[in-house]
Design a protein around this ligand. Sequence first.
Ligand SMILES: Nc1ncnc2c1ncn2[C@@H]1O[C@H](COP(=O)(O)OP(=O)(O)OP(=O)(O)O)[C@@H](O)[C@H]1O
Length: 344
Amino acid sequence: MIRLENITKTYKSGGTVTKAVDDVSIQVEKGSIYGVIGYSGAGKSTLVRMVNLLERPTDGKVFINDIELTSLSTGKLQKTRQRIGMIFQSFNLLKTGTVYQNIAIPLKLTGVPKKEIEARVDKYLEIVGLSDKHEAYPSELSGGQKQRVAIARALAHEPEVLLCDEATSALDPDTTESILTLLEQINRDFGITILLITHEMHVVQKICHEVAVMENGKVIEQGRVVDIFSKPETTTSKRFVQSLFQDELPKSLVSRLKERGQIVNLSFIGESSGSPALALVSKKFDVYPSILAGNITQLKDQPFGRLVVHLDGEAEETARAVAFLEENGVVVEGYVQEVEAHVG
Ligand SMILES: Nc1ncnc2c1ncn2[C@@H]1O[C@H](COP(=O)(O)OP(=O)(O)OP(=O)(O)O)[C@@H](O)[C@H]1O
């Protein structure tokens, strides 16, 4: 379990003071996958680097399984850090070492016996699917393979927590998929708690149980992925969800349709994604729904569908239709044209 309590990081350089992280508290349950999403400069990297104290918070406390890292002596911190693995966007492999050496050298430095090192390198290279690459150099590997070596190197310390700093941002879409699948497998098979930061909603959609949205150093929204997807509260979260569904409508259409009836976003979660509730609306009420945009996707644990629908009818009748949809497990929200563009 990871617990960050009111952590703040302030940088001072020259006459400028930057609050990169501003009073953030999050709790990542043991065995879960937690995503932190935000635009560039939101404070994500600083936040994740404070979990293993690569950056020391200016204020606040960091706990890993109830051990307060921020209060440990240097020696104890070194030991506890071994329980926290980390992978990076740029892989951070030793260019002059083979794959074997990249994994073995850090183990040697922490005092693991030679036989055990050999066994662990074999075991974790097999898990990441690179058993045949012991003697290869990083320059001979693809980006995805380099990240697999970095994952094997992190796992070889048998950590309880894995931190991922934009681990898939340098990879193409197919390779990203395969690395996300590998992270999911590691989480499932070893029960490792994963905290990842990303600027891609797709990453959150695919593997996270929970998510925090960051902006200007603060967490502006957090919760279960399914809740943030179906009812994003802040403009930034709405934009992230919209980036995934790409369901923004032409302005002219919106203004024309709004003259008669209402435009709504409907979210269908889990079982409700197969429900005929929308089809029943026109039977039960004097309301005619037309689907303007729609998509169904797989969240980590369940299907999630989103439709943009025009409900053509009188206000009272439309309100009854909306209540009926909600009674049937559909999350209904007013459609918002043009979620304000992010400037950053
Ligand atoms: N060492 C530093 N010294 C001064 N300012 C810093 C330092 N590191 C980060 N910052 C500032 O803190 C803010 C947050 O940066 P951070 O890298 O954590 O954001 P981010 O969300 O990870 O962005 P990106 O995705 O672009 O890496 C930015 O304004 C950045 O310029």
